[in-house]
Design a protein around this ligand. Structure first.
Ligand code: TYM
Length: 327
């Protein structure tokens, strides 16, 4: 199977991105042909600082590598370096209903958040995402729950295109994990953990220092009551922390409930902080390593770009031909 996924370089990559998406990529990598992109063009749709963008892009690549994506097995590349993404975005726009774009939750949320910057890119965002996926004849797209609607949109765009121009695109499927599909904010556990949250205490980034991890976990909002139990409706705070603990320790939640029976929240949180400090050490180490050796990161991205370009170029020819364009 061909697998494609990506993460935007906006904001800092956090444990929600990891548990909902990146961690799944690593398991797909063993038996599938995988392509992972840093989707920088998408990140231009919200206010950002151009002088910091490259650093943010590289940080995402380091996160992919530290998580276990092997550039010898999988393609890692930067979206804007393969021009066919932007080109296909335009071609797909002619089969995309504007009414559907306006329905997208992410568009509505971002438009509300940035009322002074409701640009066309924000609305057209799902078309570019469809281009990313369809350009590579993707079978499966591992993402968190918040991207389910965009995946449906991708499928709609592909079907619309195929109906009009012939059977050009595969219809991809989303892979959304059963646990970790929506990690919640540490400060407001009824809200999704988000890169663009103004309060850095609401998320733990993959590169946070041990001190930051400890501080954030100890101040995470918990619920009334004393028991460490999983009940997302009544106890969203502790349930979110249990989910995080379970995924990082590969221990089922009911075993954790037993393990922490009779213990208080403070004890549980100290344990969780220690676990995260240990499990995220690899990200901090890899970042240090690549800081000294930026050249190897560039080489990996160069290789990835070349491989992605070969696939994209071939596919674009077929797409353009099906639309009657001169190739
Ligand atoms: P982005 O950059 O917002 O998020 C990257 C991935 O992390 C998942 N995610 C979460 N999972 C669990 N809990 C959370 N709190 C959480 N927050 C984010 C997201 O679902 C995503 O899988 N539109 C995409 C980027 C994109 C893309 C693509 C993805 C562009 N083109 C093609 C797949 C295929 C996005 O904004 O992800």
């Amino acid at each position: 199977m061909r697998v494609f996924s990506g993460i935007q370089p906006s904001g800092k990559i956090h444990i929600g991105n990891y548990l909902g998406s990146l961690m799944q990529w690593v398991s797909f990598q063993e038996k599938n042909e995988c392509i992972f992109s840093v989707v920088d063009l998408h990140s231009l749709t919200v206010p950002y600082n151009p002088s910091l963008l490259e650093e943010k892009i590289f940080e995402k690549v380091i996160a992919y590598l530290a998580a276990g994506i092997n550039p010898k097995k999988s393609i890692i590349f930067i979206q804007s370096q393969v021009k066919e993404h932007a080109e296909l975005n335009w071609l797909l726009s002619v089969v995309t209903p504007v009414s559907e774009l306006k329905r997208m939750t992410q568009y509505k949320e971002k438009a509300k958040k940035y009322p002074k910057n409701i640009n066309a890119g924000l609305l057209n965002y799902p078309i570019l995402m469809a281009a990313d996926i369809l350009l590579y004849d993707t079978d499966v797209v591992p993402v968190g729950e918040d991207q389910a609607q965009h995946l449906e949109m991708t499928r709609l765009i592909a079907r619309n295109f195929n109906k009009r121009f012939g059977n050009v695109f595969k219809i991809p499927k989303a892979f959304i994990p059963k646990t970790g599909e929506k990690i919640m904010s540490l400060t407001e556990p009824t809200k999704k953990m988000s890169k663009s949250d103004k309060n850095p205490k609401s998320y733990i980034t993959l590169f946070d220092s041990p001190e930051e991890i400890k501080k954030k976990i100890m101040s995470a909002q918990t619920d009334s009551g004393l028991k460490i139990e999983y009940n997302p409706k009544l106890k969203p705070g502790i349930s979110n922390l249990l989910t995080i603990y379970s995924l990082f320790s590969e221990t089922p939640i009911n075993r954790l409930e037993k393990k922490f029976e009779g213990k208080n929240y403070k004890f549980f949180k100290e344990n969780l902080a220690d676990l995260l400090i240990e499990k995220l050490a690899i990200f901090r180490e890899e970042k240090k390593k690549f800081k000294k050796d930026g050249g190897s990161l560039k080489r990996i991205l160069d290789e990835g770009r070349k491989k992605a370009q070969v696939i994209a170029f071939k596919k674009m020819k077929k797409i353009k031909k099906s639309m009657g364009l001169t190739i």
